[in-house]
Design a protein around this ligand. Structure first.
Ligand SMILES: CCCCCCCC(=O)CC(=O)SCCNC(=O)CCNC(=O)[C@H](O)C(C)(C)COP(=O)(O)OP(=O)(O)OC[C@H]1O[C@@H](n2cnc3c(N)ncnc32)[C@H](O)[C@@H]1OP(=O)(O)O
Ligand SMILES: NC(=O)C1=CN([C@@H]2O[C@H](COP(=O)(O)OP(=O)(O)OC[C@H]3O[C@@H](n4cnc5c(N)ncnc54)[C@H](O)[C@@H]3O)[C@@H](O)[C@H]2O)C=CC1
Length: 284
């Protein structure tokens, strides 16, 4: 695997492009417009400059400028034609992902090329079946922040060829230095199936007036050794993504514990999306 593509240059796409380019791969990143590419590029560059200033870039990775030179941000999906693997990281919206998978399937010239989704919660089968290559479609689910967190969930659908999963495992483990776990294809996979009820419970606790955001978060940081509390984590993930993911899980399981609380819905309506918009449960 030498030529990879990433679609969506947001929070996750920037991280996936960064770790791929740091691994020496040739990376094409696509987003919808120039403004989105500029935002993605600034986020990625800031992360690389910070890593460089802390002496964390290895000799093999090269300088921040060397890594940036391996990444080509573009607005045209056609630039992905020669890719061996494309990771989709656009908004968590099933209809948008289905549309994109249909197009990507036709764009990639290599019929062995792998089409992966970084979706947090949408069943992979829904994306595989709209392509002519469901055996080469799977979930490769990274965690935020991508350069820091080691885990990747590998999610084959019922139609994914075992060889596709193994090539993907080699990519994330041997090339990117991540650790993979295997998950069945159901909404939420392993980590989000457990994390989402936890974050939503914290939002309900705050919404009920039982405790302040600061006290809820401090409780989990100091009392359960979490690196950050659940409300700060929701702000890091993005409240729009948090809501969309909760809705997918609710649709799959119809369990009240996955239902998005009214406060979360109102915050998203108001444009309070967490760190990415400057205000969520906290102000940044
Ligand atoms: C309803 C739920 C819906 C779920 C929706 C979907 C979500 C998903 O699909 C899956 C997910 O990703 S779930 C989220 C998983 N992520 C977490 O749990 C993050 C937890 N927090 C942390 O790890 C630290 O607080 C964190 C690393 C963030 C910050 O750490 P610190 O507070 O210690 O801050 P720093 O000292 O500044 O950072 C520690 C080291 O990490 C580096 N770093 C921080 N942010 C970074 C970033 N954004 N990019 C690159 N590097 C970053 C930082 O440079 C520092 O490095 P060292 O100096 O070498 O230690
Ligand atoms: N935020 C998080 O903590 C995590 C998110 N994910 C998943 O990763 C995916 C992306 O999430 P984020 O990066 O947080 O979202 P984001 O909102 O930061 O970025 C999404 C990007 O996709 C672009 N986009 C939207 N539609 C597009 C299209 N049709 N073609 C090209 N670009 C398009 C947007 O312009 C934006 O730049 C979602 O599926 C999400 O569930 C997975 C792990 C963690």
């Amino acid at each position: 695997m030498e030529r990879v593509g990433v679609v969506g240059f947001g929070l996750m796409g920037a991280g996936i492009a960064e770790v791929s380019a740091r691994a020496g791969l040739d990376v094409v990143v696509v987003d919808a417009d120039q403004a989105a590419l500029d935002r993605g590029r600034s986020r990625l560059e800031a992360s690389l400059r910070r890593a460089e200033a802390k002496g964390k870039l290895t000799a093999a990775e090269g300088s921040a400028d060397d890594v940036l030179a391996r990444i080509r941000p573009v607005t045209e999906l056609d630039a992905l034609a020669d890719r061996q693997l494309v990771v989709e990281a656009i908004v968590e919206d099933e209809a948008a992902k289905v549309d994109l998978f249909r197009t990507l399937d036709k764009t990639l010239t290599d019929d062995q090329a792998i089409l992966a989704s970084n979706t947090s919660s949408i069943p992979i089968m829904k994306l595989g079946v709209v392509t002519q290559r469901p055996e080469h479609v799977l979930g490769i689910h990274f965690f935020n922040p991508v350069p820091v967190l080691k885990l990747v969930e590998l999610v084959p659908s019922l139609l994914t060829a075992p060889e596709t999963t193994e090539r993907s495992r080699a990519f994330v483990q041997d090339r990117l230095g991540k650790q993979a776990i295997d998950c069945q294809d159901r909404a939420g996979f392993v980590v989000n199936a457990l994390l989402i009820p936890f974050i939503l419970s914290a939002i309900r606790m705050y919404e009920s007036g039982f405790a302040s955001a600061e006290d809820i978060d401090q409780g989990l940081v100091l009392g359960a050794a979490h690196p950050q509390g659940p409300l700060a984590l929701a702000d890091l993930i993005g409240l729009d993504t948090t809501k969309a993911v909760a809705e997918s899980l609710y649709e799959e399981f119809k369990e009240p514990l996955y239902a998005a609380p009214p406060l979360l819905q109102r915050m998203v309506d108001a444009g309070l999306l967490g760190r990415k918009s400057g205000r969520g449960f906290y102000t940044y």
